[in-house]
Write a protein that binds this ligand. Structure first.
Ligand SMILES: O=C(O)[C@H](O)[C@@H](O)[C@H](O)[C@H](O)COP(=O)(O)O
Length: 262
């Protein structure tokens, strides 16, 4: 049921039971948005995260394989580990093996993995520079303020500490306001060296799906969506801050475990 929250932005919370049902709901949600944006502007600009998201996209890749115009997709990453693209820790490698090789029809030139180098700072600057070029060439639209690229859909997970992308509660990168992409060398979630889109960029996406499964995530979900997590009101964890600041629509797709403290 869609709920209007105090800042008049739409927040929808889809509470399901099993991870399989989350995968089915994610597939329908993504296919619907793909059709909408391709009809409106001839392309669909999607941003992926890592973790279990790619496994949860299996229904989209397998069941909707012939129902989506993949040739109009452009794929980016909200964060990436600074490892070679064929490394088992690479989010690109995870998506390539678990999604692109199944779908097959996303043009290679429309997939934007990092340009790997051993310097996380260099990789972040390069990724930001490539996004800026896409904005200058009007391949990517910008947000209302004109300061950041506006993606059609971001598919995000959250960590038990409430992190999103590689923006962690107790790391300064979460407060970066100028850069579009930044780097982190001491990620509390291994591997330590990553790049990540920053909050101002993430929050201006037209649509954000928070794809959350597992009871170990019930606390950050409850802190964000207002449930009983039995704790004092802390400063907002990153996923809560995103829900409060998002300019577009945020849809939470939860299994029973993740929703168990709501
Ligand atoms: O590169 C990463 O590690 C991810 O982008 C990260 O932000 C992930 O989305 C969350 O940690 C949730 O991970 P799970 O889906 O595995 O719980």
């Amino acid at each position: 049921m869609a709920q209007l929250i105090k800042n008049k932005k739409k927040r929808e919370v889809i509470k399901l039971v099993t991870e399989e049902q989350v995968a089915v709901a994610l597939a329908q949600y993504t296919a619907d948005l793909s059709e909408k944006y391709i009809k409106e502007k001839g392309c669909f600009n999607v941003v992926l995260s890592g973790g279990t998201l790619i496994h949860t996209m299996r229904v989209l890749a397998e069941v909707y394989k012939n129902a989506v115009d993949w040739s109009k997709w452009r794929v980016f990453w909200v964060d990436e580990r600074v490892v070679p693209l064929d490394d088992c820790d690479s989010n690109y490698n995870l998506a390539n093996e678990g999604f692109f090789k199944k779908v097959k029809k996303i043009p290679k030139q429309n997939i934007y993995p990092i340009h790997y180098s051993c310097s996380a700072h260099e990789v972040a600057c390069d990724y930001e520079s490539r996004l800026k070029t896409l904005v200058q060439n009007k391949v990517l639209p910008t947000s209302a303020c004109g300061c950041f690229p506006k993606f059609d859909l971001m598919l995000l997970g959250i960590g038990p500490d409430g992190h999103i992308a590689s923006l962690f509660p107790n790391r300064p990168q979460r407060y970066e306001k100028k850069h579009w992409v930044t780097s982190i060398l001491d990620s509390p979630k291994p591997p330590p060296e990553r790049i990540t889109m920053t909050f101002p960029l993430i929050k201006c996406a037209s649509n954000i799906a928070m794809v959350v499964t597992g009871k170990e995530l019930a606390d950050p979900v409850a802190k964000t969506l207002g449930g009983n997590c039995g704790c004092a009101p802390p400063p907002p964890i990153p996923c809560s801050e995103l829900q409060m600041e998002a300019e577009g629509e945020v849809t939470w797709i939860l299994d029973k475990g993740a929703a168990s403290k709501l």
